[in-house]
Design a binder for this molecule. Structure first.
Ligand code: MN
Length: 484
């Protein structure tokens, strides 16, 4: 399999004219003579589109063309008023890159990228708005797209889904595209073929279109693989064609015979000058790029010893990893000590993620600052309040206050709710000594090797303190007193 991914560029205006790029606006309100394809209207290339395409090209290790030109791809469709799409043919802006995907067993696989080129979107045909007629909305016409074409390096539906997930994460990290598949900002076509075990020649491929989620891509590929195998095993041959995924019946259906490049009569676009990318311009874009998610993932799993699972969730989105590092920095600044990465990751992937899911918001709209999260976690790390009390009592209180526009000091909430643990070592040491003197037999048994009795002593100490002793400190003091 190889995937062709179209990503709508997150620019304010369209790629060849100044109409705004919007989603959900009233039909045909963001159009102009250029996007409507009026004769004689002249396109102008949007520089921001080029920068975004180069950004993704650099992030995937592509070569960036120093000079390239645009080409007309001619075809008729009602939502394409010009009768051609301004795309790139023989001189794509970015070529020969790759993206690593992570497989279930933890190994990585390199998927080669043939090319990333610039082009414009078409309008939308609306078939469900009117009883008798199809209607056309040209708000999307001439919005900027990049088409990311992989080599046929994908060998299973899981790999295809992992690759698409990785592309989506990357374009979102880089603010190249919002990655919204339901709204069509990210669209994926899959070229699928099968061959017999041991064969070295790919079979005839079919292209599947119209899959609007990552799981639909997986389902469509599974169906298509089985369809092709069945045809071959019953003695038939595969016809090269374009098929559409019908999510309501979970099948792919034939749309049309596959057109070849010749059918589009590509020729150089006469209304746009060739595009030159200077070394200085390219390097300036490279210098502005944020740290890539795979690099952050690597740093989290090696230097900070997080599990793949925790690191995967933290690097899902740039806003989440940014919050993680901001909270770590805030903690260190305030308490002059590092916050353990695992403690912070578990908190973010646990209570914070639950809150975000419950309110269907992302972390950009989360009302607690990274510094506030650092303060909450300090209560646990310092042994002042138990993790469960912070999670169940203090966090909801502080969060509710923040939603109402108030800042509550977590320590003050702990005092008010009487949740502070006794972490005064001298006081606890005295209680430990009393407990041991009251239970001489158990002490002797423990010292003779029955170390399981530690739990008994912990229970006694907690009882003597009304359940408010810092368990970590109690364990440590008991171990000192019993073994010392
Ligand atoms: Mn395309």
């Amino acid at each position: 399999m190889g995937l062709e991914i179209h990503a709508q560029l997150a620019t304010r205006t369209k790629i060849y004219c100044a109409d705004e790029v919007t989603f959900g606006a009233a039909p045909n309100t963001h159009v102009s003579p250029i996007s409507l394809g009026h004769p004689g209207a002249l396109p102008t290339l949007n520089a921001a589109s080029v920068e975004l395409a180069i950004t993704l090209g650099l992030a995937t290790g592509c070569a960036i063309a120093e000079r390239c030109h645009f080409a007309r791809k001619n075809y008729f469709y009602p939502d394409l008023p010009k009768g051609y799409q301004i795309s790139q043919d023989t001189t794509p802006l970015c070529t020969d890159g790759a993206l690593n995907i992570r497989l279930k067993d933890g190994t990585e696989k390199r998927i080669r990228i043939q090319r990333i080129h610039l082009e414009e979107d078409a309008g939308k045909s609306l078939h469900d708005q009117d009883l008798y007629d199809s209607l056309i909305d040209l708000n999307r016409a001439s919005a900027g797209l990049i088409e990311i074409v992989s080599h046929p390096d994908l060998r299973s539906p899981e790999e295809a889904m992992a690759y698409l997930t990785e592309v989506r994460r990357l374009v979102r990290y880089l603010d190249v595209c919002d990655g919204n598949m339901e709204e069509g900002s990210l669209r994926c076509d899959a070229n699928v073929s099968v061959m017999r075990v041991g064969s070295e020649r790919f079979g005839t491929r079919c292209e599947i279109k119209n899959m609007n989620s990552i799981s639909n891509v997986g389902r469509a590929i599974v169906f298509e693989i089985n369809r092709q195998i069945q045809i071959i095993e019953s003695g038939g041959t595969i016809t090269q064609e374009t098929r559409t995924w019908d999510a309501s019946t979970s099948r792919t259906l034939s749309m049309r015979d596959k057109e070849s490049a010749d059918d589009y009569r590509y020729f150089p676009e006469p209304d746009l000058l060739p595009l030159r990318v200077s070394t200085a311009a390219r390097e300036a874009i490279r210098a502005r790029m944020p740290e890539l998610p795979q690099a952050i993932f690597h740093r989290l799993t090696t230097e900070l010893k997080l599990s793949d699972f925790d690191a995967g969730l933290i690097t899902e989105e740039r806003t989440i990893s940014a919050y993680f590092f901001q909270a770590a920095v805030a903690y260190r600044a305030k308490y002059q000590a590092p916050l353990e990465a695992k403690t912070l990751a578990s908190w973010m992937n646990g209570p914070i993620r639950t809150t975000l899911n419950e309110t269907a918001t992302d972390i950009a709209a989360f009302p607690l600052s990274p510094a506030a999260t650092a303060e909450l976690l300090h209560l646990v790390v310092s042994g002042q309040v138990s993790l469960s009390a912070v999670k169940e009592e203090i966090y909801p209180t502080v969060l509710a206050a923040a939603r109402a526009g108030q800042v509550r000091d977590p320590l003050a909430v702990a005092q008010e709710k009487n949740l502070l643990q006794n972490s005064n070592a001298d006081e606890l040491r005295a209680i430990v000594a009393t407990v041991l003197s009251q239970n001489p037999e158990q002490v002797a048994t423990y010292r003779s090797g029955k170390v399981g009795l530690l739990g008994f002593f912990v229970g006694q100490v907690r009882q003597a303190t009304g359940g408010k002793a810092d368990p970590k400190l109690v364990n440590q003091l008991l171990a000192e007193a019993l073994n010392g």
